[in-house]
Ligand binder design. Structure first.
Ligand SMILES: *Cc1c(COP(=O)(O)O)cnc(C)c1O
Length: 394
């Protein structure tokens, strides 16, 4: 997919939907025995939740995953009929709306099962519930000590016709560090929890624990369903696992802007707030009209590069709320000329992985923080007849 259509406004995030579709197909090939849940939380990792979901469904995903019920409801409002799991809720959340919209819910604790059961009674439809065990991440999920109580509460509500336990699941802490001792411990704990639940009478449709890195490195963790997020957007879960290219993935987001000003300045000229950068010669500065309010990290000042006028150029001085400055030296650029902050690298621009490395973070953070002030422009289209996914039948 060419990313060569010039930016029309001051900035845009170009989203290559063909890349999302094909990355999803690559991940399906990595786990051929499992179904694939495309994780589209956080506005599809910044790519736009609904278009990303449709592209992933066209690439072979049959499930969608979101953190919050509100996100799952937005997918349904867009007419998407694939299975959806929304896994993070607080007391008083709109469980009934989720149940009515045929969104699967996760339960971490007995209180959640009670709220889901009450909401199902109100909705007049049984809820579809995935019980989550904390197999060692130390974040969401029931502890192994509490697991029997949660399983029992769920089975009681199931016997009352209020819910159906359709999933047993967990999440890894260190799947991006192959060989980390926690990985086999977590798998063993998960297997024991599944065995306990199945002996107690749970008949899950799906058991699932693998995120992107576990899908890439740990075939025994694929089970019935993998939950792929970052890889469907074409980014590597961790540089140690290989670059996106080495993993056969293509970054789907290109963040582009147009120069608002180009000017010549003398030596000794301070650049941006705090004058953290001062020119040491006659040089040309170019003003890029995106800033930390658009998701460009403030810490990118003096650390990251962009592609401008055929070359990588350093960001100079602090990134401000709406703008930052790039130094061109004795090269020239036209006002209005396009700058690529990051993208797939086709033209020599940095990738989101490059930005993540320079900022000591992960590419997940770079793409998810691109803000709503930056319009998304979509390239490529999913195959329409596949884009709404399987019909959900009760
Ligand atoms: C975000 C998330 C994922 C996706 O992880 P990736 O590393 O992006 O593939 C999977 N499962 C859960 C529970 C998540 O929160």
């Amino acid at each position: 997919m060419a990313n060569s259509e010039p930016t029309r406004g001051r900035a845009e995030a170009r989203i290559d939907l063909t890349a999302i579709r094909e990355n999803t197909a690559r991940m399906r090939e990595r786990a051929p025995s499992a179904a694939l849940m495309a994780v589209v939380k956080a506005d599809g990792y910044g790519h736009g939740m609904v278009p990303a979901a449709r592209a992933a469904l066209a690439g072979g995903a049959t499930w969608l995953g979101t953190a919050f019920i509100s996100e799952g409801l937005r997918l349904r409002q867009a007419g998407i009929t694939a299975r959806i799991l929304s896994w993070l809720a607080v007391p008083g959340d709109d469980w009934a709306a989720a149940i009515q919209a045929a969104i699967d819910l996760s339960a971490n604790a007995v209180w959640a099962i009670e709220e889901i059961a009450a909401a199902a009674a109100q909705a007049g439809v049984p809820a579809r519930v995935h019980l989550k065990i904390d197999s060692g991440l130390g974040r969401a999920g029931t502890t192994p000590q509490e697991w029997p109580r949660v399983v029992d509460a769920a089975l009681k509500a199931q016997a009352d016709g209020l819910l159906q336990v359709v999933g047993l699941w967990s999440h890894f802490a260190c799947a991006d560090e192959p060989g980390h001792p926690s990985i086999t411990r977590q798998l063993a704990t998960f297997r024991e929890a599944v065995e306990y639940a199945e002996r107690a009478g749970v008949r899950p449709e799906v058991r699932h624990i693998a995120n992107s890195p576990a899908t890439l490195t740990l075939p025994e963790a694929h089970l019935d369903l993998i939950r792929a997020g970052i890889t469907i957007y074409g980014l590597s879960p961790a540089p140690e696992l290989g670059t996106a290219r080495e993993l056969g993935l293509r970054p789907a987001m290109t963040l582009a802007a147009r120069l608002a000003l180009v000017k010549r300045v003398p030596p000794g000229h301070g650049v941006s707030y705090g004058h953290r950068y001062v020119t040491d010669r006659n040089t040309t500065l170019a003003l890029v009209p995106v800033g930390y309010a658009d998701g460009v990290p403030r810490a990118a000042g003096d650390r990251c590069e962009v592609l401008l006028a055929g070359q990588r150029r350093a960001i100079r001085g602090r990134v401000a709320m709406d703008q930052f400055v790039v130094e061109l030296g004795d090269d020239d650029a036209a006002c209005g000329e396009e700058v690529l902050l990051f993208g797939p690298g086709d033209f020599g621009e940095p990738t989101a992985d490059d930005w993540a490395r320079a900022l000591d973070t992960i590419a997940y953070e770079i793409v998810t923080r691109v803000g709503p002030r930056v319009p998304r422009v979509y390239l490529g289209a999913p195959q329409a007849e596949q884009a709404s996914g399987i019909e959900v039948s009760r």
